[in-house]
Design a protein around this ligand. Structure first.
Ligand SMILES: Cc1ncc(C[n+]2csc(CCOP(=O)(O)OP(=O)(O)O)c2C)c(N)n1
Ligand SMILES: [Mg+2]
Length: 579
């Protein structure tokens, strides 16, 4: 071959390559075209190069230590942004690790897409024992809103468009997207590839409530003697903050925020009935639910907690099937929360009659009484600490730093923090959600700061932290402004349980006096052992000021805490004596 011919050959190949694209690139382009900026992932076959290329192409790739945490991060990214959070995993075990988070997203109505690489269809379907063989699509289906598989590179655009639309439209939820290994390497004509990409237009179209339903709701609301508004996390998700605030204030009605609805209006707002929960549930006669479901968290809308007064429920929700799920809904308003509240605002006018003064007085005096009762307990400086001493400190820190996000999980660590720490802005409190699961902590913390650019304070039970604790390495590696406070009472619920049958520790007990702060030092973070509220205050303020990854081991009295926190009544009981 002549020199000229030798030279010409690579050039021809290069021109050929220019006219071709592949699965790797098409997936990245399809995601970018639809505004995806971040992937939460754990690398491995067949997605390692995909993640490398994504990073090279300008996507932010957060590489985790375990897929469940990457999945929880993606799920809360969806809640915070109204865009589907994306988690990417390897096949079989990685997929299964991510699946818990996908089911969690679906249950909590967070838009999320779990993208998993998978083994070859031919081999999986004949069950011939492929590397990480598993029929992932079939397994994912019952746990999510929709599940899709893409087999051909030219279908990647459609596959990703369908996944995005399914995740965010209507009631949001989890979507599974199955991408077999061979797809990534499939090569097609570059122009054809480009043409096959789909930009999703109006992914979550407004769903306008019918005028009749709005009128019916306002008629019932107006007829109330003791009205109550309950704000759920659906209301927070909607990002209709001004409209919701204006509706609540125009009505003058007491409102009760659900855990992740806290901060839509400040917990210190004159109409907030958070500290008078039992009173308002028992005594109200008309209850308007805005993006809140009558599930176990609201005692299904019936029974002792709801008192003996007859109730009328008005429910605002995007999902028609939610209506009458537990009790009769006399005024269902079906639509997206933003559109529904806007319609209520328009129809109620500016002269809405104030609720009866005696009802407002009942609520506010109960609230003020409970707040006053709690106040001295929050100021104690006991060492070792109790929950109230430690949480009193954190309450003040959140008041001074209302822009920070608060991540919260545990049993006592959750229930007491929820009650004690006031929130001032929407979508600042993120926690265990509908299932009350442990393990969301570090994944949520990572996504919270990555998605919002704000610092994060995590309030963690020592057990709760253990479920995602290894991600402190991820927090240090990406140098994220996350301050973790572990309310360490040496165990699940408390650290005083005794096993009388053998030398083994009781099942709820952990190593006594464990020093969690030393763990983060292994990765270059700041570790602090705090034994009093004063030490805790100093350490948290320093961490929030510096933005350095910090883990504070807050030493609690092992006797502090009660079985299952506030929900001990859910433990099954038998008439037979316990052994
Ligand atoms: C995934 C999962 N596994 C187990 C549980 C059961 N559970 C509920 S709370 C809890 C831990 C409570 O202990 P801790 O986090 O230390 O909080 P504390 O009450 O001691 O403050 C556990 C294991 C759960 N909710 N979720
Ligand atoms: Mg504990």
């Amino acid at each position: 071959m002549s020199d000229a011919a030798l030279k010409a050959k690579p050039d021809a190949a290069a021109t050929d390559e220019q006219n071709l694209t592949d699965g790797f690139n098409l997936i990245i382009e399809a995601l970018k075209l639809n505004g995806v900026k971040t992937l939460y992932a754990v690398p491995g076959i067949p997605i390692t190069d995909f993640l490398r290329m994504s990073q090279a192409e300008g996507l932010r790739v957060l590489s985790f230590r375990h897929e469940q945490n990457a999945g929880y991060a993606a799920s809360i990214a969806g809640f915070l942004t109204k865009q589907p959070g994306i988690c990417v995993t390897v096949s079989a075990p990685g997929f299964l690790n991510g699946l818990t988070a996908l089911a969690h997203a679906t249950t909590n109505c967070f838009p999320m897409i779990l993208i998993s690489g998978s083994s070859e269809r031919e081999v999986v379907d004949l069950q011939q024992g492929d590397y990480e063989e598993m029929d992932q699509l079939a397994i994912a289906k019952p746990l999510c809103k929709a599940a899709y598989r893409v087999l051909h590179a030219q279908d990647i655009g459609i596959g990703i468009a369908r996944a995005i639309r399914a995740a965010v439209s209507g009631r949001p939820g989890g979507v599974y997207l199955d991408l077999p290994a061979k797809l990534f390497g499939q090569v097609i004509d570059a122009d054809k590839g480009k043409m096959s990409l789909v930009k999703v237009i109006d992914a979550a179209p407004a769903q306008i409530p019918s005028p009749d339903s709005v009128k019916r709701a306002l008629d019932v609301f107006k007829s109330a003697k003791r009205p109550l508004i309950i704000l759920g996390k659906g209301a927070a998700y909607a990002q209709a903050d001004d409209a919701i605030r204006s509706f609540v204030e125009k009505s003058g009605v007491p409102f009760l925020p659900m855990s992740m609805g806290k901060g839509l209006l400040p917990d210190t707002h004159p109409q907030c009935a958070g500290a008078a929960r039992s009173t308002v549930l028992a005594q109200s006669d008309v209850v308007m639910l805005i993006g809140a479901r009558l599930n176990w968290l609201l005692s299904h809308g019936k029974g002792k907690a709801w008192g003996t007064e007859p109730k009328k429920f008005i429910q605002i929700d995007i999902e028609p099937k939610e209506m009458d799920s537990n009790v009769e809904i006399v005024a269902p308003v079906v639509g997206d929360i933003g559109s529904c509240v806007a319609a209520l605002n328009a129809a109620m006018g500016n002269n809405w009659p104030a609720p009866a003064a005696d009802w407002i007085k009942t609520v506010t005096s109960k609230r003020d009484e409970n707040v006053a009762k709690m106040a001295p307990r929050l100021m104690n400086n006991n060492s070792p600490m109790d929950y109230h001493g430690a949480l009193g400190v954190l309450k003040n820190i959140v008041k001074e730093r209302p822009d920070a996000l608060l991540v919260n999980e545990g049993a006592n660590a959750l229930d007491l923090a929820r009650g004690i720490i006031d929130m001032y802005k929407p979508r600042k409190r993120i926690d265990v959600g509908t299932w009350g699961i442990m393990g969301i902590g570090m994944g949520y913390a990572i996504a919270a700061t990555v998605e919002t650019g704000k610092p994060v304070l995590c309030v963690e039970g020592d057990s709760a932290f253990g479920f995602s604790g290894m991600e402190i390495e991820t927090i240090c590696r990406y140098n994220l402004p996350v301050c973790i406070v572990i309310l360490n009472n040496d165990g699940i619920y408390r650290g005083t349980d005794v096993n009388k049958a053998s030398a083994d520790p009781a099942v709820t007990m952990f190593v006594k006096g464990a020093r969690y702060d030393k763990m983060i030092e292994a990765f270059g973070g700041v570790g602090v052992n705090a034994t009093s509220p004063d030490e805790l205050r100093r350490a948290v303020n320093e961490a929030m000021d510096s933005g350095k990854p910090t883990l504070i081991n807050a030493v609690l009295d092992p006797a502090a805490g009660s079985e299952s926190g506030r929900i001990g009544n859910l433990n099954p009981q038998s008439k037979l004596k316990k052994k």
